[in-house]
Design a protein around this ligand. Structure first.
Ligand code: NAD
Length: 326
């Protein structure tokens, strides 16, 4: 059994952004080809507590180097008030030949990077006629920090970033840290949610909102919203948009905005396409009018794809602890 802790995972993923993007892309293509098994994730919730949860995501990712396993990820949003991360996660990778557990890997970084890589891949795949040069990061936490990291690779023309957070202090420190890390970017803090949504035609939503609080009124025509937190947009906005998903069966669950929209109209015809189908088809251009919304539920195969990469790089670099008699 190979065990990898948080610092070790971060160490082996250093300078691996292109490989992470490739791994995520290949996982979507495998899913599109039917080479995966992705049972619905299981949500553990607690009595009299509608904020905290722990989710299990079991999955199998086939193809040339098949891998199976599970991510167990806790979300405790109030953690950030005491400088603890909201999300804590661990993954187990099993042998697809014998079922034996082979690796135990800290997975908060893997989870954040695969989420951000999928968002950045979507931003490039759902390109506008005029390339995006600016992005609004709505919610200034770990996920949008990672989204910015990967957008710099998939949208090389990116020059302007506008950030917004309910907590103005977090928005300010996120802006300062991003400007220091990426000196070529201009980073501004928006004064209001409306100003943030008006600023650019690319918006990444990564808040911890539990119920819808935004509609599209402030977004310029042709805007792409990367709806990573899944519960921000009103069902009316979803119903009026071009909707791209990772997997409709997964994302129309757990009170996401798409789930609420489906409950309202009694069907899912508002889902236009999956990212996997667009990745395997002809180049796509998003409509110049209206709103395009990418809603990824976050499939366990993405975690497996990145965890497999982590395991491979750890073996190459001699990183990690091996426990012989697990
Ligand atoms: N779809 C996926 O695959 C996927 C994967 C991982 C995380 N997520 C989601 O991404 C979201 C962000 O995760 P994180 O780790 O960055 O969390 P975080 O706690 O680090 O940051 C969230 C930020 O959002 C801000 N916020 C909360 N409500 C807001 C609102 N209404 N308007 C503006 N800002 C608001 C908070 O102040 C905080 O700064 C979570 O909802 C998480 O569940 C989705």
């Amino acid at each position: 059994m190979l065990m990898l802790g948080r610092a070790q995972v971060r160490e082996v993923l250093e300078d691996a952004d292109e490989e992470v993007l490739r791994a995520v892309r290949e996982a979507y293509l495998c899913h599109q080809q039917g080479l995966t098994a992705v049972p619905h994730s299981v949500f553990l919730r607690f009595p009299d507590d509608d904020r905290n949860r722990i989710i299990a995501l079991p999955a199998y990712l086939g193809g040339e180097d098949p891998v199976a396993g599970v991510k167990w990820i806790a979300s405790f949003p109030a953690n950030i008030e005491t400088d603890l991360p909201r999300a804590n996660a661990v993954m187990i990778l099993n042998s697809v030949r014998t079922g034996e557990p082979e690796a135990l890997v800290e997975a908060a970084t893997i989870s954040a990077r695969r989420t951000a890589a999928s968002a950045a891949l979507a931003a490039a795949t759902l390109a506008a006629g005029t390339p995006d040069t600016g992005v609004t990061l709505f919610g200034c936490g770990v996920i949008n920090g990672e989204v910015l990291r990967f957008l710099r690779t998939t949208l090389p023309g990116l020059t302007a970033v506008t950030v917004f957070d309910l907590d103005a202090g977090r928005a300010r420190s996120f802006a300062e840290a991003s400007a220091a890390r990426y000196p070529t970017l201009t980073v501004e803090v928006a004064e209001s949610a409306a100003a943030a949504l008006r600023a650019h035609r690319l918006v990444s939503l990564a808040t911890t909102a539990g119920t819808p609080h935004l509609d599209a009124a402030y977004c310029p025509p042709g805007t792409l919203v990367l709806h990573l937190s899944l519960r921000d947009l009103s069902p009316a906005t979803v119903l009026a948009s071009t909707n791209i998903v990772d997997d409709a069966d997964h994302v129309c669950r757990a009170s996401t905005s798409l789930h609420l929209a489906e409950q309202e109209v009694g069907h899912r015809d508002f889902v236009t396409a999956s990212l996997g189908s667009l990745l395997s088809g002809a180049p796509y251009r998003r409509p110049d009018d209206g709103l395009t919304v990418f809603s990824p539920f976050g499939l366990g195969i993405l975690d497996l794809a990145v965890a497999r990469l982590v395991r491979r790089r750890a073996a190459d670099q001699g990183v990690g602890t091996t426990l012989a008699d697990f």
